[in-house]
Design a protein around this ligand. Structure first.
Ligand SMILES: C[S@@+](CC[C@H](N)C(=O)[O-])C[C@H]1O[C@@H](n2cnc3c(N)ncnc32)[C@H](O)[C@@H]1O
Length: 320
């Protein structure tokens, strides 16, 4: 992809200084720093190959307001070649003025939806997700409600970026998906969240909190099928697809060991769980989760559980 960026970054048309780059859903690092290094190096290469001086870079780190931006800024690489700014807010809406960005990057974040669909928390709805925290092993109506929200959010995301990117600006997305022809609810993540959900239910049955508390808690995370994501991207009139690659993890464990898996899931979900259940239950919940992962080691095997990652490089069409 670094090579693709170097080839597709149209320095002549953009002729910008500074070059503005946004990382959407950056979290606290270090992945965002590695990505920003790759992108700035790729653009530098393009300028050098034309005998041109490198422009200045301005990188905008975006995440939800709840993100720990202090940790992000404390860990900024000392040898970076870019200026920085933090941009709190949801990437499902506008974050930047019109036509100001030259490059947008987002990795492993577009599987977060903007809100849990209302019907799955409505006890009168056929899509009521009773006794679960996600759509793994749930009725079709629950999966469909998630899928509909995901489609809306992806369109809103593309719309917002279409206004913020300059004409010919690039957008590189890395989107975790459920591999082709695989039911969304059969992915590694669904299985993992199903297991985590069963820990919540065990705790409810033991009276640590009531079952309704679990019924009204659902994770705003969805792994669309590859086909559905491709359809949204292809049907969008503001971008053209310049490069696309689908990576299927080959026999790679989802994490090197159970401890790493549990701390990874905990880091991602702790804030949401605390907000709904209070902080007091988190240690016990993840101890139980670790025990269950030990009992079901298949959870660790990504390949068996049908995940893929879609890498796509999009170019903003000229404005009409
Ligand atoms: C799994 S982390 C990915 C972090 C990093 N990009 C990486 O590749 O390692 C997903 C991040 O997306 C953020 N996120 C989720 N929904 C978001 C939204 N609507 N707007 C901005 N960030 C969001 C989460 O807060 C989280 O930090």
């Amino acid at each position: 992809m670094q090579d693709a960026i170097a080839r597709k970054f149209d320095y002549k048309t953009l002729s910008a200084n500074p070059i503005r780059i946004a990382d959407l859903g950056c979290s606290t690092g270090p992945n965002t720093f590695i990505a920003m290094q790759y992108i700035t190096e790729a653009i530098e290469l393009q300028y050098h190959s034309q005998g041109l001086r490198t422009p200045e870079f301005h990188v905008f780190f975006n995440d939800l307001v709840s993100n720990d931006f202090n940790t992000l800024f404390r860990n900024l690489p000392c040898d970076r070649i870019y200026f920085v700014a933090g941009v709190p807010g949801s990437f499902h809406g506008r974050l930047f003025p019109s036509k100001t960005l030259h490059f947008v990057h987002s990795s492993s974040s577009l599987n977060w939806i903007s809100r849990v669909p209302g019907e799955i928390e409505d006890s009168d709805s056929v899509a009521y997700n009773k006794g679960r925290i996600h759509y793994g092993n749930a009725p079709k109506e629950v999966v469909d409600a998630y899928a509909t929200q995901y489609q809306k959010d992806m369109k809103a995301f593309l719309n917002a970026r279409a206004q913020e990117l300059v004409a010919h600006g690039l957008m590189m997305l890395q989107i975790p998906v459920a591999a082709d022809r695989i039911k969304d609810s059969d992915t590694a993540h669904s299985k993992m969240f199903e297991l985590l959900g069963s820990c919540f239910m065990d705790m409810a049955k033991e009276g640590i909190f009531c079952e309704q508390k679990v019924d009204s808690f659902n994770l705003p995370i969805f792994h669309s099928t590859l086909k559905d994501v491709e359809e949204v991207l292809e049907s969008n009139g503001d971008f053209s697809i310049k490069e696309k690659e689908i990576v299927y993890p080959q026999n790679l464990p989802i994490a090197p060991d159970v401890g790493m898996l549990v701390s990874h899931v905990r880091a991602g979900l702790e804030g949401l769980i605390e907000k709904h259940f209070g902080g007091g239950i988190v240690d016990e919940l993840f101890q139980r989760f670790a025990q269950k992962v030990e009992e079901f080691p298949n959870i660790m095997n990504v390949q068996k559980l049908k995940m893929a990652v879609l890498f796509v490089l999009l170019k903003r069409m000229p404005y009409v």
